[in-house]
Design a protein around this ligand. Sequence first.
Ligand code: PGA
Length: 256
Amino acid sequence: MTAMATRIPLIAGNWKMFKTAAEAADAARSLDDLIRDVSGVDVMIAPPFTALSQVCAVLEGSRIAAGAQNVHWESEGAFTGEIAPGMLKDAGCRYVIIGHSERRQLFGETDQQVNRKIQAALAAGLTAVMCIGETEAEREGGQTFSVLDKQIRLGLEGVSFQTPGDVVIAYEPVWAIGTGKTATREQAQEVHAFIRDLLSRLYDEELADKLRILYGGSVKPNNIAELIRMPDIDGALVGGASLDPETFAQIVRLGD
Ligand code: PGA
């Protein structure tokens, strides 16, 4: 058995389709001030594309990293409306969220597309935050683990890691996103342990031990502490509660 890796928690904010560039820059500045004294936690915010440059300018020299919410797999070309990985790097992004359930459900994104996006993101030097999760019907039908197994196998097919930090997995049960329903910490831990075990079989134990697995779905200041205490929960991907800097700062403080 290898020694348990120490994984630095990552608290990531997904701002979805909220905030103008000026609003996003203001929020980033406030957040930076609010969490300046916090250590031992990595922090990322993912504003809309139109705010990325301004937010990255605000975050220069800050410990908060910027991420995008989506990416295309080609490096350039006639792909109206799409953004290439190199453009995100150029804007100052370190992370990119890939395969969020809203992209899968509302925009028809498939596991194959998620896979291509992850490969392209890694090739451009971005860290991919790969989102997976079951719907309520799938959970009730006892399919949670088979759905996640498929999403991980197809999403990571042919993906080779330079370091375990290349990919962060975000487990976000679809029924918990924006609904106020959170998975219990036991439900989340059970799934996170399953994901880590699957990664150790697909790759190796060392990688599985070091890779961060975030929980997402109605994470708030009052539930982060109990979630983060679970052995395989390494942080959170936060939607609604990341929009307000004060609230998000409390989550970054892990509820303290
Ligand atoms: P929520 O969203 O925190 O508003 O539930 C999470 C997400 O979509 O990543």
